[in-house]
Design a protein around this ligand. Structure first.
Ligand code: FES
Length: 354
């Protein structure tokens, strides 16, 4: 199903920390099926601020079994939407909200599995949802490493405590502070590769690790991943969600400039309609070109991170500048991030409906 925006009313706003609110939405009964989600997925919010359209994606911190649709928004410096959400939005206001999307999700099983979760700052949002679902739906155990500047930055602090009390012996929460001392030396600092190796030795060495979920900045994710792989964790069992990235895009664009370009005939299928346009193979991305041609397509980050713009190639081929969102098997099956894709064949047929 192609993700769609609907106007939803804000049901509740909760102050989580001094710079973070969580916002829940009223989902009308006839849309509940469309808004079904899996823990780890996110909502893309859209609104007009100072006459400009703003879209931002925020992970759901609620879990499907709670029958609640709640996201957390941390105010970032000069962040247009995050400031608006923290300072202006109120209960009863309406926002355009896209149906849930995202590949970062947990699939619970009947087996008793051991999960290790890493989050930094507001990266806790999807990880919190994932932890609740695991604890509620299966018998596995969860170790959560949660990095913050200090105690007052901990989002969902009380809820995490309550969760620990509810699921005694099945949930460990290890806070790591970069600017305060948590008492234990190992819990002080940033979660870099060395810290991850120390945490592994201190907390994980004597246990199995079945699956790992990481959410935070790119360098933290890469460091944790490397460290865990060195300690024998299968890379296919390490799942991650990047917050933002722009490092590699520039490099790829520079490389592309040396390849001769050609005109490709692009046909898109969206909601059963078709859109045709011509596109220079070294020019705009398929998503940008389609928007210029007047198409209304789903997207959020335009950075290859969120996978909202995912579509399937039915004919022809394309290459992506970056891909931080699609799984290898999806790429093998012809899926692309249209915000990153350029045609590599003279004709290409791409469907948003598959
Ligand atoms: S819009 Fe986020 S990956 Fe394309």
């Amino acid at each position: 199903m192609t993700p769609k925006f609907h106007k939803l009313k804000i049901k509740d706003i909760k102050k989580e920390t001094k710079d973070t609110v969580s916002i829940s939405f009223d989902i009308p009964a006839d849309l509940v099926a469309d808004y079904q989600f899996e823990s780890g997925q996110y909502l893309t919010l859209k609104t007009l601020i100072n006459n400009g359209e703003i879209r931002r994606s925020y992970s759901l911190c609620s879990s499907p079994f709670e029958k609640e649709w709640r996201v957390a928004v941390k105010q970032i410096e000069n962040g247009v939407f995050s400031t608006y959400a923290n300072k202006v939005l109120k209960i009863g206001d309406q926002l355009e909200v896209m149906t849930p999307t995202g590949n970062f999700k947990v699939t619970t099983s009947k087996d008793r599995k051991s999960y290790v979760l890493f989050a930094a700052g507001s990266g806790i949002t999807p990880v919190f949802s994932i932890a609740k679902t695991i604890l509620e739906e299966e018998n596995g155990d969860v170790t959560l490493f949660y990095g913050n500047k200090g105690f007052h930055g901990i989002i969902f602090r009380e809820e995490l405590e309550a969760l620990k009390n509810k699921y005694l012996n099945r949930l460990r929460v290890i806070h790591i502070f970069s600017r305060e001392s948590p008492g234990n030396k190992i819990q002080k600092g940033r979660i870099n590769k060395e810290k991850c190796a120390d945490l592994y030795t201190a907390f994980l060495k004597n246990q199995n690790i079945d699956e790992v979920f990481i959410c935070g900045p790119e360098d933290m994710i890469l460091n944790i991943r490397e460290s865990l792989i060195e300690n024998g964790v299968e890379s296919s069992n390490i799942h991650f969600e990047l917050f933002a990235t722009n490092i590699k895009k520039q490099k790829v664009t520079e490389e592309k400039q040396n390849v001769p370009s050609f005109a490709s005939k692009v046909q898109l299928i969206v909601d059963g309609d078709t859109i045709d346009f011509e596109l220079d193979s070294n020019g705009l991305t398929i998503l940008d070109a389609a928007q210029e041609a007047g198409a209304d397509l789903p997207y959020a980050c335009k950075g290859g991170v969120c996978c909202t713009c995912k579509a399937k190639i039915l004919e022809g081929s394309a290459s992506m500048d970056v891909n931080y969102a699609l799984m290898p098997d999806e790429v093998e099956n012809g899926y692309i991030l249209t915000c990153q894709a350029h045609p590599t064949s003279e004709k290409i047929l791409v469907s948003f409906d598959d």
